[in-house]
Design a protein around this ligand. Structure first.
Ligand code: EPU
Length: 353
């Protein structure tokens, strides 16, 4: 049976270092432990929060009046590897609680291609399909072959193929299908990625990364170089966790990039055409141009990162109420200036913007 322990402060388990206590906590690592914990709590009608790396989570100061299911990497079969002879690659099946960047580092060392641009992203593997984690021209949707979940409604294990996951920009069926206000219907147990083999990366698809590597967009570069370049870019934006650097006490990008009608994009704003005719613009740019520069408002317990306007950061001693107040000020300021309403990317628990 999963180990049970006393109530716990969520501030100690989120990268923002914010959030009050949970009423209970259960640790679960293997798929069997996750299923046992979730099903027992559901049977008892106890609200639950599945917690991976806590890197995309805003928890109310009041905490969570339910039980946290805290994921960890299992001792056995955390990562299993199978040849994919048809495509000259590998299928790598990874337990939900494995730290994402450990997988990416291993992929680099093994010569598995396709996730190198996703280096340095905090959080666990199980979280990646939920919000279709992406950066620097890659997202996990491009590589997910299967996601095995516990379906809390049907009370059974199900497997979704990649094309059944309804992936979109920072979304999926796992994010949309709700069980209750806090929890998703599906709890990810493991994810199978299809990766190519080689020493060179997938074609570089992000201009800033290509420039850093000294290649053209669409060219390949050594896997190790891509990992180093991405880590360097992320560090420069305060997006690699560092306990000593308050710019990294964040939930990464606090808002998603708005996907809007081309006619609504402000003059001069970045515009990335989407397949359906809409355009993705830059939330960071909108925030900046609405008068919220890096580091805004200068002092106080919560400010924008001094390295990137899209991250809200805890300078130490902040509360979630402080964070939400700044988030609302920015959302409202951008709406007043540009008529575009930003949406928060992190999941909120017990609070809302
Ligand atoms: N910009 C500003 N001010 C800033 C920073 C950026 O005006 O302080 C403008 C610039 O014009 C820049 C543009 O914003 O060209 C885009 O910035 P960046 O390349 O850093 O990317 P982003 O759109 O802000 C997205 C993801 C990140 C991901 C990067 C790199 C979202 C919500 N965010 O950020 O993902 O690392 O691209 O691919 O899609 C995350 O989701 O938590 C995350 C960090």
């Amino acid at each position: 049976m999963p180990e049970r322990s006393v109530s716990t402060r969520l501030a100690d388990r989120t990268t923002l270092r914010l959030g009050g206590p949970a009423a209970g906590l259960v640790r679960a690592a293997s798929a069997d432990e996750i299923v046992a914990a979730v099903d027992a709590l559901d049977a008892a009608g106890t609200p639950l929060l599945v917690l991976g790396g806590g890197s995309n989570l805003v928890v109310a100061d009041e905490g969570f009046a339910g039980t946290v299911v805290a994921l960890g990497a299992p001792d056995h079969d955390a990562v299993t590897v199978a040849d994919d002879a048809d495509r000259d690659g590998v299928e790598v099946t990874v337990a939900a609680g494995v730290w994402w960047d450990d997988l990416v580092a291993r992929a680099g060392a093994e010569g598995w291609v396709g996730v190198e641009a996703l280096s340095g992203i905090p959080g666990t593997v199980g979280a990646t399909p939920i919000q279709n984690v992406g950066a620097y021209g890659q997202d996990v949707a491009q590589r997910v072959r299967r996601v095995r979940v516990w379906d809390r409604r049907l009370r059974g294990v199900r497997t979704f193929a990649g094309d059944e996951c309804a992936f979109g920009y920072r979304t999926s069926r796992f994010k949309r299908d709700r069980y209750d206000a806090v929890g998703g219907r599906h709890v990810v147990l493991d994810v199978t990625f299809g990766l190519a083999r080689g020493d060179l990366s997938a074609p570089v698809a992000y201009a800033e990364l290509a420039r850093t590597l000294g290649v053209e967009v669409g060219e390949r570069a050594p896997l190790a170089d891509v990992r180093e370049a991405v880590l360097g870019l992320r560090r420069g934006k305060g997006m690699v966790l560092d306990a000593d650097d308050h710019d990294t006490w964040s939930a990464g990008s606090f808002f998603t990039n708005p996907v809007i009608d081309p006619g609504l994009v402000p003059d001069g704003a970045p515009a990335y055409p989407q397949p359906d005719g809409s355009v993705k613009t830059s939330a960071a740019w909108l925030i900046d141009r609405a008068g919220f520069a890096k580091g805004y408002p200068g002092d106080g317990p919560v400010t924008l990162s001094t390295k990137h306007t899209l991250a809200l950061t805890n300078r130490g001693g902040a509360s979630t109420a402080d964070l939400l107040a700044l988030a609302r000020e920015i959302r409202d300021g951008v709406a007043d200036r540009f008529g575009i309403v930003l949406e928060n990317e992190p999941v909120t628990v017990g609070c809302a913007l």
